[in-house]
Design a protein around this ligand. Structure first.
Ligand SMILES: Nc1ncnc2c1ncn2[C@@H]1O[C@H](COP(=O)(O)OP(=O)(O)OP(=O)(O)O)[C@@H](O)[C@H]1O
Ligand SMILES: [Mg+2]
Length: 602
């Protein structure tokens, strides 16, 4: 103690004792029980195992054991494996740019050994040495010191058992949460390894009881089985560009959450927390789900090793990318394509029920709820067929050319029935019968979506304003104008400098005239977001202002016309993401009133 006091008072620099520095280094890699789970599973996966078992006891503080049937280790490798900087995975610094394994530092086993009682049994076999001839060995280490290394009985593969974690680091033990909270983190880690490795057979045992079994399966089945999600409501897709391959498993937009826990990004089979990539997925979903809700989406990126550097975080939770914008772009595109491909509006009509395009002449203008200026009347007929072509066209015979999803609750029925308008409810909902379902349609949301599609599909032609809109001089105005110049130009908005040295908007496209000046300026200049987001925001404002309102009585012809058009929508949600309708099937209605038979039965 006096030595230490002397050291502290004199503040001389000295080299840390080996056992102290080892503990510090170990603490960076292994801070909680789940870190042991992560590292041992990584090693098992790297060993080429097909089958892996994980045992967790006492939240991981009691014991953690991982059994694999991988390539195993010889006596010499086993001896080295618990040394620091001992790895079979890289040799030179340049190899860091070619890593295809999960491990590469040669730190994990040494770190675990430094803060626990560790036992490893291993026998080479699965690859390399003939299984029959190689012997198994057992290594025991404690607080970083190897106590024994002897031949033993054992199957090809490796068993790593960790007991009494942090027994020699009482301070660290104090910072842990309850065993059940630590156990939950161990399970989460297991799942984060299971999702990107659907080809493996995995078992998780908690307190000796089998708690999860995952057979080899395809990616969608793996994601939904591991997380107990309804598989039939998930869709998958693969896209490839340049150095990236992206596999997606995405839930219907109705399946939202209030947090991002089920919006997961994996890069080269590791879960990472990269905001830009999460944001890309959210952006693609933004027209489909309401604000404040998050999609269930699982993104698996395979990047060429040179594209991404994982050597930036001790737990490899972060990565650095060579070309993040390209990947961002690819994600937005492929998630959007998936949502469109499967026509993921709410309660999509049964397959084969793709409605026929509307007749060439537009009845919209007659219906009275479409803007009545001559310009609009001229534009509407041209816009309608174009919009209808967005719906995957069903070739004659009813077989859709794009993959169509059959809802489990809505088997493909006969030919689609024309919607029948029944009446208005609460001056907001339109009641519609179509096929075997009752649809409760939100008139404002429905009209808003139709107008939004129409507005965005037409050219934005600048029209001179009689009275220019003055832009109030305020700090940041010039920068805002400069940053948004491409958007302003695209939307046909002309800005000029005024005589007194300020700025004014001198021309606007007709589509935006419905928005109040201040709201428009606010949206164009001061809202935050990418130019695409701002554009969508401005156009949805315009649609909102023009659409029929809550409380507005609709005459029958207008309502019928509105209803007829919404079933053609590729995305039956309002531009802010709310569903346009709520569907109640005949079965459900019968069930609700306690009837079991079909219509006509007593
Ligand atoms: N389950 C296993 N089966 C076969 N070999 C293993 C297993 N676990 C570890 N090894 C061998 O021991 C070495 C050291 O493992 P360790 O986890 O400490 O380092 P690493 O995986 O190379 O890198 P990292 O520290 O990034 O995990 C590995 O490189 C591998 O050769
Ligand atoms: Mg490792």
């Amino acid at each position: 103690v006096s030595d230490r006091n002397e050291d502290l008072s004199s503040r001389r620099i000295h080299i840390l004792r080996e056992d102290v520095s080892r503990k510090i280094a170990a603490g960076e890699v292994i801070d909680r029980p789940f870190a042991v789970v992560r590292e041992l599973l990584d090693n098992a996966i790297d060993s080429g195992a097909r089958r892996i078992e994980l045992y967790v006891e006492g939240g991981g503080l009691g014991a953690i054991r991982v059994v694999d049937d991988g390539e195993g280790m010889s006596r010499e490798d086993l001896e080295l494996s618990v040394q620091r900087h001992a790895t079979s995975k890289i040799r030179e610094e340049q190899d860091l740019h070619r890593v295809t394994t999960l491990g590469f530092r040669g730190e994990a086993l040494a770190s675990i050994a430094a803060c626990s009682r560790l036992e490893i049994r291993s026998r080479p076999g699965a690859q390399g040495t003939a299984a029959g001839t190689a012997t198994a060995h057992r290594l025991v280490a404690e607080a970083g010191r190897t106590l024994s290394l002897e031949p033993c009985q054992g199957n090809p593969g490796t068993v790593v058992a960790v007991a009494d974690l942090f027994f020699n680091l009482p301070a660290r033990r104090k910072f842990l949460r309850s065993p059940s909270a630590e156990a939950a983190l161990c399970r989460k880690t297991f799942l984060e390894k299971a999702l990107p490795h659907p080809e493996l057979e995995l078992r998780l045992f908690m307190e000796g009881r089998l708690s999860q079994f995952l057979p080899p399966q395809d990616l969608r089945a793996r994601v939904t089985a591991a997380l107990a999600l309804p598989e039939e409501h998930f869709y998958s897709r693969e896209a490839r560009r340049g150095a990236f391959t992206v596999r997606l498993v995405v839930g219907r937009p109705e399946l939202t959450r209030r947090d991002r826990r089920l919006l997961q990004i994996y890069v080269n089979r590791r879960r990472i927390y990269e905001y830009a990539l999460q944001q890309a997925v959210e952006y693609a979903f933004s027209g489909y789900i309401p604000g404040g809700a998050y999609p269930m989406a699982f993104v698996f990126v395979e990047a060429e090793p040179g594209e991404v550097d994982f050597n930036v975080h001790p737990a490899k939770r972060e990565a650095r990318f060579q070309s993040l914008p390209a990947l961002h772009h690819l994600l937005v595109e492929s998630v959007s394509a998936l949502l469109e491909q499967f026509n993921l509006g709410p309660a999509a009509p049964p397959s084969g029920a793709v409605p026929s395009p509307p007749p060439a002449e537009s009845r919209a203008a007659q219906a009275g709820i479409w803007p009545a200026s001559p310009q609009w009347e001229r534009c509407a007929p041209a816009a309608a067929p174009e919009k209808a072509s967005l719906v995957p066209a069903a070739p004659p015979g009813g077989v859709s050319s794009t993959p169509t999803v059959v809802e489990p609750s809505a088997p493909a029925a006969g030919p689609p029935e024309q919607p029948r308008y029944l009446g208005q409810l609460f001056r907001l909902f339109l009641l519609v019968q179509r096929g075997d379902s009752l649809y409760i349609v939100d008139q404002h949301a429905a009209h808003e979506r139709l107008l939004f599609d129409e507005i965005s599909s037409r050219r934005f032609a600048a029209q001179q304003l009689l009275l220019p809109l003055r832009l109030e001089a305020q700090p940041g105005l010039v920068e805002a104008l400069r940053a948004r110049a491409p958007l302003l130009q695209r939307l046909g908005i002309e800005v000029e400098s005024s005589q007194d040295g300020g700025y004014e908007i001198t021309a606007l496209p007709e589509q935006l005239l419905s928005i109040e000046e201040q709201t428009l300026l606010q949206a164009l200049l001061w809202e935050r977001g990418s130019l695409e987001e701002l554009e969508r925001h401005v156009l949805s404002l315009a649609a909102c202002r023009l659409a029929v309102k809550d409380g507005q009585q609709l005459d029958e012809r207008t309502a019928t016309e509105l209803v007829r058009r919404i079933f053609d929508l590729p995305n039956a949600r309002c531009p802010h993401g709310r569903p346009v309708w709520y569907e109640v099937s005949r079965e459900e209605l019968f069930r609700r009133v306690g009837r079991t038979g079909r219509a006509g039965h007593p």
